[in-house]
Design a protein around this ligand. Structure first.
Ligand SMILES: Nc1ccn([C@@H]2O[C@H](COP(=O)(O)OP(=O)(O)OP(=O)(O)O)[C@@H](O)[C@H]2O)c(=O)n1
Ligand SMILES: C[C@](O)(CO)[C@H](O)COP(=O)(O)O
Length: 241
């Protein structure tokens, strides 16, 4: 794959944010003077390698059209699907097969450009088919026993954290190969929770890029003050660069 092929950002933003337990989908919660989604879109479109973003929105989304970015010329909107993978697949149908798809969660606004630069360099590595931002696990990992929501969770066993990483986003793959891998993974009813899992199931090698753990996915209420802090740190660093 050559670097002249276009890099298109794909942003799955059709979730309801149930774990955030708030009055709107979490991507529309405010962080400072913008919504989480606006911060994420800005982090992507301000990178020099990204000229277009395809965003997947819920067909019932009533918030997005109120945002100034809704009419951006570099933005294509598609319908999201039942699962995140369905939303990504719908977006991929608007890309050329030889585009590079840089898939990034709407719920991850604290993305820094240095990590994107490192990820883009995997496009030139012949021994992998793409790559993902990731961070090594730091804590001891416990597997719980089967339990009902009412019972106290107890440890079944301690899992080895040897070579164990948290997968983050963006995840970068050739759009054509990713589309086929996602279609096959969904047909096989595999648990496709990120793009890499579909590519792995299709037999591809995926690079792990050791990235800034500040690139958190805002999932639960406790993530909001942390994301606000990391965004402030990012903007301070940008002003100093
Ligand atoms: N059918 C879906 C489900 C999720 N997403 C997006 O995928 C990203 C990561 O998903 P997650 O953090 O799980 O978001 P939600 O599904 O909204 O959260 P929850 O699981 O708490 O409902 C989010 O930007 C979300 O908007 C999507 O585009 N389409
Ligand atoms: C894609 C992802 O952010 C990588 O960690 C994660 O799999 C999304 O999972 P979710 O359950 O859809 O939030």
């Amino acid at each position: 794959m050559t670097v002249t092929n276009q890099v298109v950002a794909v942003v799955p933003a059709a979730g309801i944010g149930s774990r955030m337990r708030c009055d709107r989908p979490k991507q529309y919660l405010m962080l400072g003077n913008k919504t989480i989604l606006e911060h994420t879109l800005q982090a992507l479109i301000s990178h020099p390698a990204i000229s277009r973003i395809v965003i997947a929105l819920s067909p019932q989304d009533k918030y997005f059209r109120q945002l100034p970015v809704a009419n951006a010329p570099w933005l294509t909107v598609v319908d999201g699907g039942t699962e995140r993978a369905d939303s990504v697949l719908n977006a991929l149908h608007t890309l050329n097969a030889d585009d590079w798809a840089l898939v990034h969660d709407a719920a991850r606004p604290c993305l820094n450009h240095k990590d994107v630069d490192t990820l883009l360099r995997t496009m030139n590595h012949s021994e992998v088919s793409g790559g993902i931002l990731a961070t090594p696990v730091r804590d001891t990992m416990k597997r719980a026993t089967e339990a009902s929501p009412e019972t106290q969770a107890v440890v079944d066993k301690t899992e080895s954290r040897e070579r164990l990483w948290h997968a983050l986003t963006p995840q970068l793959f050739p759009a054509g190969a990713l589309r086929i891998a996602l279609e096959k993974g969904l047909q096989r009813k595999l648990a496709i929770t990120d793009e890499a899992s579909a590519m792995e199931a299709a037999g591809y090698r995926v690079a792990l890029i050791d990235a800034d753990p500040a690139n958190i996915k805002i999932t639960r209420p406790a993530d909001m003050p942390l994301a606000a802090f990391y965004l402030q740190q990012l903007h301070t660093a940008d002003r100093q660069d």
